[in-house]
Design a protein. Sequence first.
Length: 229
Amino acid sequence: MRVLLVEDELRLVENIAAALREIAGFAVDCAFDGREGVHLAGNRCYDLIILDLMLPLLDGQGVLRKLRADHDRTPVLILTARGEATSIVELLDAGADDYLAKPFDLGELVARTKALIRRGNGVAHPVLRVGDIELDTIQQSVQRDGAAIDLTATEYHILEYLMHRPRVIVSKRQLLEHLYDYNWERHSNVVEAHVSNLRRKLDANVAEPSIETFRGRGYRLSLREPLQA
Ligand code: CA
């Protein structure tokens, strides 16, 4: 999952980015003013945007209006400060999905972030299921055909990304952009190894192969839905 954080207070940016990376395992890009935020949002595909209201060059409300005017449907979590003139109702009307008032608990921010991403992907329930694979986004645990599978953090995040897009070919670049921060290019040669380890673990005791490779195009989670009894 990849998050864009638009906030001008350096200390807060560092704390939020660290929490999202370390607790949730997300890739985080940071913009320090509203115009940079709009620019990054327009050039990349994010799973969530965390947007402060008081920003240099273009304020948070302006950023939100610009995104929605450009038909960008990425979920937006607004950070508000005490004494700000903009009302919550106005923000929600302008297309915000949730808000958090400063000062906030970083654990709560991470929890809200995860919930918004699940909703943005059309999955309200924290457990994802594709075929006989089950992934619990709260416990960060995986089962196949009822048996627990032990994955590394990177393998888990690859599988989570694929499970949000079943039966769709996901390119290596898409995976890289969602797994790593800005300098994702340098990880490019390790993704294949992670995917092949993930596939080996998933398919260890099961006949149906889980992840297909399309040379030069990417990967696809290809499990059939189980037949209804
Ligand atoms: Ca600010």
